[in-house]
Write a new protein. Structure first.
Length: 380
């Protein structure tokens, strides 16, 4: 490559009030702040989309191998609106905005449980991320007719492949429910084996195998949830928004509780069994389209923790129709995002006091937030 411009160092006084390890993108906020300062100080003439992507990938140098969505959201947000942003690459000109519903509030609730920095926790995060990439290789191996159109999991869509929704479910059904590395090497086409080994290289093999199918279903469903969410906002369809939040958290949860706080059986693999996928395929073919949509299917990513699942369930049972909550961030601890009617905020606090605090001895901290203007230079 060619050095286009040399950037010097700076003296910086850094202050922030975003708590770390809570799913609030604290590291991304720090990186964006420094990057915007450097861009201004050294007059870096980089198109905004490319700038955002470079900022996101810069975190890879400290081994936080994330994407660019957090950085894009921090920079491209708009006061009073929910941003709908396409990434990889970031395209600022295609960002759309939906007004946040009047009379409602976003509350961030600290669960009191930090994401652990243990080797096992880090490995688990890497495994679940790898399962997306493995699913892509398996689909490209089995469905050669689509391989040129697929680079990322998001490319397995009705729009991109120009197929019906029933075909998408057939593709998901072709994936193994569980598979060892030995199994995956056998299933993967020879042309993708080198890439498969690269994926394997950053984590240990999970003892019970890779849960490819339920992870892929969750990822594809989340993509569709992100597409339908702004349309629901524009329609003011709060009931469907709450349902979407609940289904999304069901895809992340590891435990479930009844309204009395008793733990009940939970197995996320039930959403991606052969029987369930066959049922969805038949529903699509019979014209039962809304219920069969991907965005109503939880899948199973399993990045939540029991206390967060308990909190989300108690909010649902005690404030159903007024509030819903879900895990936010990378998971394994951290924060909960709750959308609640403004006149129910005090009730939310009481519910948490009477259920969560009583069970775990932790008084959850509640932070009210609102969509604001994107990161920028305040003064020169």
């Amino acid at each position: 490559g060619e050095i286009l411009k040399r950037v010097g160092g700076i003296d910086a006084l850094v202050h922030g009030d975003i708590p770390p390890k809570r799913g609030l993108s604290s590291s991304s906020a720090l990186v964006v702040s420094i990057a915007i300062a450097l861009r201004e100080l050294f007059d870096l003439d980089i198109p905004l989309g490319e700038f955002i992507d470079r900022v996101g990938y810069s975190e890879w140098y400290r081994l936080t191998r994330g994407g660019t969505a957090d950085h894009a959201a921090i920079i491209l947000s708009k006061r009073g609106f929910v941003s709908h942003i396409k990434c990889l690459p970031t395209l600022p000109e295609e960002v759309s905005y939906a007004p946040f519903p009047e009379g409602y509030e976003v509350i961030i609730i600290d669960s009191g449980f930090e994401r652990p920095d243990t080797e096992d926790a880090i490995n688990y995060l890497r495994v679940t991320a790898a399962e997306y990439r493995i699913a892509v290789l398996l689909v490209k191996s089995r469905f050669k007719e689509y391989s040129d159109r697929i680079m990322l999991l998001r490319d397995i869509s009705v729009e991109n492949l120009k197929v019906g929704l029933d075909r998408i479910y057939e593709i998901i059904k072709s994936l193994p429910e569980r598979a060892s590395r030995k199994d995956l090497r056998r299933m993967c086409a020879e042309e993708y084996l080198d890439e498969l080994e690269i994926i394997f290289s950053n984590h240990k093999e999970p003892p019970q195998g890779y849960k490819i199918r339920q992870r892929a279903l969750y990822g594809l469903a989340e993509i569709e949830r992100s597409k339908v969410f702004p349309h629901l906002l524009k329609r003011g369809d709060i009931a469907s928004i709450f349902k979407l939040i609940k289904v999304s958290h069901d895809g992340d949860r590891v435990a479930k509780f009844d309204k009395w706080g008793n733990r009940v059986e939970w197995n996320p693999s039930i959403f991606s069994t052969n029987e369930r996928l066959n049922e969805l395929i038949q529903m699509v073919r019979r014209g039962v389209l809304e219920e069969a949509q991907l965005y109503w299917q939880p899948g199973g990513y399993e990045r939540s923790i029991e206390p967060i699942d308990y909190m989300c369930d108690m909010i649902h049972y005690h404030l159903e129709g007024y509030a819903e909550a879900q895990l936010m961030g990378a998971g394994l601890g951290g924060g909960v995002l709750c959308i609640t009617r403004k006149d129910k905020v005090d009730s939310l606090g009481k519910v948490l006091e009477n259920t969560y605090y009583d069970r775990y001895g932790i008084r959850p901290q509640m932070l009210s937030i609102e969509p604001s203007y994107g990161a920028c230079i305040l003064c020169k």
